[in-house]
Design a protein around this ligand. Structure first.
Ligand SMILES: *Cc1c(COP(=O)(O)O)cnc(C)c1O
Length: 350
């Protein structure tokens, strides 16, 4: 007998990418971390926030993260009432489901995309409905009027890396009776984003993360832009001190250094495009990527075989056992040297 709620007792829980304990001895290309350090200004801001002898850490952080919110609002051209920061964009995804979908109500998303949406929906006791993809990367059988309470559209898609065109996202927004969350975790590596749709459609919410493009996965910072009514709801639900002092300082400094973002994102995109071309040269099928990873399939379409061979060479990539994805690998983009090393291993593995 269990005292737990039935859905919690029965759910499997999310399994993050493998985190080896001896991190330094691996080439880690499995969780889409950024190979470059964050902006030096971010590091300075964090150290300044710690204060002499750590004195500032005695005090609670600003519960509303006002400075960081204003920095984001100014950068993206919204009033601060349209912006919220959080402890990773995962916190926002969680609270969005809590805000929009009650027990037994429907949460929708595209499969394959980010499977954490399902875990969050299960915790809430919500129903899950997934939609597949067509050959040309559109949502298969999406209804003229989708009645689910909340729908997640990951663009660029993870783990496949393609981005939906803006006109298509807009069409989906118009077809959703409930909220449309555009999960833009990788959008800084892409050509287009959906921020203008937040202004034009009441039901559109954009979420972002500082984990990938801003090299701050270790700080846990996410961002959402939405109508003030939605932001107020998210503010009611969240823990009051959800963003610590160091995260708030880091967020503000990261947003302020757009030149550094452009530099590192530019490098990663150039490496990604070279790596993709080299993979095709050795017979891999590579989906054109708008993110900081590629989804690539070896000629024999046996992703597991190549995963294991890379693993034995201490190179970690991501393999999904899902039948839709098992033929390929998701490989995060590191530095040029790291991708050369990976290519060398792949040539050897054959
Ligand atoms: C990495 C990722 C997130 C989570 O970002 P955090 O800010 O690190 O919580 C959300 N959505 C997608 C699609 C991601 O890949």
């Amino acid at each position: 007998m269990s005292l737990l709620r039935k859905n919690i007792a029965e759910m499997a829980g999310y399994v993050p990418g493998f985190q080896p304990e001896d991190e330094a001895s691996w080439l880690k290309l499995n969780t889409n971390e950024n190979p470059y350090p964050p902006s030096p200004k971010v590091v300075e801001a964090i150290l300044a926030e710690v204060g002499a002898g750590g004195g500032n850490l005695r005090k609670y952080p600003d519960a509303a993260s006002r400075l960081a919110r204003r920095a984001a609002a100014d950068l993206y051209g919204f009033d601060p009432s349209w912006v919220i920061l959080a402890n990773g964009s995962d916190e926002l995804l969680n609270n969005l489901i809590r805000a929009f979908a009650g027990e037994g109500e429907e949460v929708g998303y595209v499969h394959p995309s980010y499977s954490y949406y399902a875990t969050l929906a299960e915790i809430q006791g919500a129903r899950i409905r997934t939609f597949g993809l067509t050959e040309d990367f559109r949502i298969a059988d999406f209804p003229e009027r989708y009645e689910g309470k909340i729908f997640f559209l990951t663009t660029p898609n993870a783990p496949l890396g393609f981005a939906f065109p803006l006109a298509y996202i807009e069409e989906i927004a118009g077809r959703c009776a409930g909220a449309l969350v555009v999960d833009e975790a990788y959008v800084d590596f892409a050509e287009v984003n959906a921020l203008e749709l937040v202004k034009r459609y009441e039901n559109v919410i954009v979420t972002r993360t500082f984990s990938k493009s801003y090299s701050l996965a270790g700080m846990r910072i996410g961002l959402a832009i939405a109508r003030p009514q939605v932001i107020s709801a998210l503010d009611k639900i969240r823990d009051h001190y959800h963003l610590d002092r160091l995260a708030q300082a880091a967020a503000g400094a990261a947003l302020a250094d757009q030149a550094y973002l452009a530099l590192t994102v530019g490098r990663i995109r150039a490496t990604r495009d070279r790596f993709s071309a080299e993979l095709r040269n050795i017979g891999y099928q590579v989906i054109p990527s708008s993110a900081n990873f590629v989804f690539a399939s070896p000629p024999d379409r046996n992703g597991r075989r190549v995963y294991d061979a890379l693993f034995s060479r201490k190179i970690l990539v991501r393999h999904f056992s899902d039948p839709l994805l098992a033929h390929g690998l998701r490989i995060s983009i590191g530095t040029d040297e790291e991708m050369e090393q990976t290519l060398g291993a792949l040539r050897e593995i054959g």
